[in-house]
Design a protein around this ligand. Structure first.
Ligand SMILES: *Cc1c(COP(=O)(O)O)cnc(C)c1O
Length: 420
């Protein structure tokens, strides 16, 4: 099946007289015929449903759909994108270990990696996404367990050279984990370029309608965990009567461990109802991504030609630094643009407040166009000088282009620019 078809048909195929739509199984528990039947499931927990803290039929249908879209052997949904990144790392990192991440990642992930995981004894070493292979390799130590990066970084809008990072990771016997939120599997399938694990915030384009916060981890099944560096996957798990994940589950070892061990213990599983809503979003993902890309490209071109705009950052523009990588890895540059208005913070605020169609939101990747002015929101506490040091121009606006008619989106921008 092609992506458009997978979006609609994967994960749930009803049989004779079964519901056409994936049912919402809003049940915490499942019943068993006998004491022995329960015992068997505890010996082999992947055989049947036990408890909705780590597996539920509605959620599992969505997991299968996303695994099929990414081309992986399995997926596990989480209650948020943050939980997906957290569990993806914790599955192979413990106190005393380190991992490498590009600096150009989502701000929430920076906090998680640089502060919270550090408090738990896990060190994150940051490297620039544009660093050469030698510099990335030099950051890797004996206790380094993985490399992490974003396909299209939020909010930097840099595009990752996935092959380069995969090559460095594999030459050190460690996996590459990619946050593919902004690209979605429609625009990029990181496994095709050597990534081993993919995570998403499904709160963004996958949902697309701003109705559920969620995340997902997808396993390519292609990483060899038996090189001696990953005893947690090759040695017996005392919390599961001595099971060895690679021995019992082969290519699915990583994702099954994440569910059987981490999801069982941390319990950050989404509700069936959230998964049902996510599935509705996924059904039109392929169609929507095409339009996000074409709308955003038209808006980016309009902004680049405007005399009131100082600069535009959108990896789909031919003039953009990341255009060559966009051509190499992406079918389109997705829907988020950042641009700098002439006249600094004052004009940026005036522009934002003058918009009539686009709404001001701390969100991106929604069906509705929305804007955010980092200098007066997420980075509000910084002075102009500190903002520039952090790489954020006081006049910078992040624009998440929606699926309204592109002429209406541009008309709204025009009328608000005219007030400046
Ligand atoms: C939003 C986002 C996250 C965090 O996801 P939540 O669902 O908000 O927890 C992680 N990575 C990227 C790239 C994001 O845009």
């Amino acid at each position: 099946m092609r992506d458009e078809t997978k979006c609609i048909h994967c994960g749930y195929r009803p049989k004779n007289t079964e519901p056409k739509m994936v049912p919402i199984v809003q049940s915490t528990t499942y019943v068993f015929d006998s004491t022995e039947a329960v015992g068997e499931v505890f010996d082999e927990p992947t055989k049947a449903l036990i408890y909705s803290r780590f597996a539920n039929p509605t959620v599992m249908a969505v997991e299968q759909k996303i695994a099929d879209l990414e081309g992986g052997v399995g997926a596990m949904c989480t209650a948020s994108g943050q939980a997906a990144s957290l569990l993806a790392v914790l599955n192979i990192c413990k106190s005393g270990d380190s991992f490498v991440s590009t600096s150009q990642i989502y701000g929430g992930t920076v906090n998680l990696f640089a502060v919270t995981l550090k408090n738990h004894g896990i060190e994150c070493i940051f490297v620039d996404a544009d660093a050469d292979a030698e510099t990335i390799g030099a950051a890797i130590k004996d206790n380094t367990r993985l490399i992490f990066g974003e396909t299209i970084a939020n909010p930097a809008l840099s595009v990752l050279d996935i092959r380069k990072f995969a090559k460095v990771a594999h030459s050190h016997g460690i996996p590459l984990i990619i946050d593919n939120t902004f690209a979605t599997p429609i625009l990029c399938k990181p496994f095709e370029y050597g990534a081993d694990i993919v995570v998403h915030s499904t709160s963004k384009y996958m949902d697309g309608h701003a109705v559920q916060v969620g995340g997902v981890i997808v396993d390519s099944g292609s990483f060899d965990w038996t090189n001696g560096k990953f005893p947690e996957l090759t040695d017996p798990d005392d919390s599961y009567h001595g099971i060895t994940y690679v021995g019992s589950y082969g290519k699915s070892a990583y994702i099954i461990k994440a569910r059987m061990q981490l999801m069982r213990d941390y319990g950050v599983y989404p509700s069936a109802n959230s998964a049902f809503l996510l599935n509705l979003g996924l059904e039109t993902l392929a169609l929507r991504m095409e339009r996000y890309c074409s709308n955003a490209l038209a808006v980016a071109r309009f902004l680049a030609a405007s005399g009131k705009v100082e600069s535009v950052s959108y990896p789909g523009l031919e003039s953009d630094k990341y255009y060559p990588l966009t051509r190499e890895y992406l079918k389109g540059a997705s829907g988020v643009i950042s641009f700098v208005i002439k006249g600094g913070k004052e004009n940026a605020v005036r522009f934002m407040d003058g918009l009539k169609l686009a709404s001001i939101e701390v969100h991106v990747a929604d069906i509705r166009t929305c804007v955010l002015h980092p200098a007066s929101a997420t980075h509000r506490q910084l002075t102009d000088r500190q903002l520039l040091a952090a790489g954020i121009d006081p006049g910078m606006i992040r624009l998440s282009v929606g699926l309204e008619n592109v002429d209406d989106i541009i008309d709204d921008i025009v009328q608000s620019l005219e007030r400046i």
